[in-house]
Design a protein around this ligand. Structure first.
Ligand code: C5P
Length: 233
């Protein structure tokens, strides 16, 4: 079953708790990204764990292998359930992250960021080809290197599932309406993303800025269920 992750992109813990309380019962995963993590520090992860949420720590790490080892070690200690690193950090960096998890017998899942969903064609510095081809090649590497999953646009999921079966797909850039994309460029509806094979849908502003966040989360979960039923027919 695909799962909804709500991105708590706030700069104050109080605002994040307030939103989390509104969606509790409908949502089991929250995302803590750079904004909240840097504002409140690593202890914020345990607070959401205590509230009963699974925590996706979206820090998009990118550094030399030795520094990544230390950072992953610290991320494990926060109690997070999922962590992102950049696949463009290469084989040795990704393997350093995975080695750190196995040395600590950690169950944290490591997801590799392919190409940010805010990038449009031609915007990725130093790369002139099609973004979808870059994502395909990063997905093949991700599978070879042993990461648990990949962060990609919903538009890329179907192909990735063929190229790299076994790799879980986590997709931001989820919108109900093409006209309200904010800064996201490669977007899909929740139903389309699940039909394509996405395992986790990360949704921020459509929920956090809504008048009734719980109702929007429910609408997304209903679409997820509808798509799962259609897929299993
Ligand atoms: O508000 P919105 O739904 O666009 O939020 C999407 C969330 O997913 C943000 O927290 C963003 O940092 C995250 N994300 C993304 N693109 C990626 C990886 C993560 O938009 N490739």
């Amino acid at each position: 079953m695909a799962e909804l992750i709500v991105a708590l992109d706030f700069d104050k813990a109080e605002d994040a708790y307030c939103l989390a309380k509104k969606i509790k019962g409908e949502v089991s995963w929250v995302k803590i990204g750079l904004e909240l993590f840097l504002a409140e520090g690593p202890s914020i992860v345990k607070k959401f764990k205590t509230m009963g949420f699974n925590v996706f720590l979206d820090l998009k790490l990118y550094d030399i292998p030795n520094t990544i080892k230390g950072a992953v070690n610290s991320a494990i200690k926060t109690g997070a359930d999922m962590l992102t690193i950049h696949l463009s950090g290469g084989k040795r960096m990704c393997e350093a992250a995975l080695e750190t998890c196995s040395m600590n017998n950690a169950t944290i899942q490591i997801f590799g960021v392919s190409v940010l969903t805010s990038f449009d064609e031609g915007e990725f510095i130093g790369y002139q080809g099609k973004l979808s081809e870059l994502v395909d090649s990063l997905a093949k590497n991700a599978l070879d290197w042993g990461v648990n999953g990949i962060v990609c646009s919903g538009l890329e999921v179907e192909k990735i599932k063929n190229l790299a079966p076994g790799l879980k797909c986590l997709t931001p850039g989820i919108r109900f309406d093409e006209k309200n994309n904010d800064d996201q460029k490669r977007v899909m509806t929740p139903y389309q993303a699940v039909m394509a094979g996405s395992d986790y849908l990360v949704v921020g502003r459509p929920i956090t800025k809504a008048e009734d966040p719980q109702a929007v989360a429910k609408k997304i979960n209903d679409e997820i269920k509808k798509a799962m039923i259609a897929k299993n027919k």
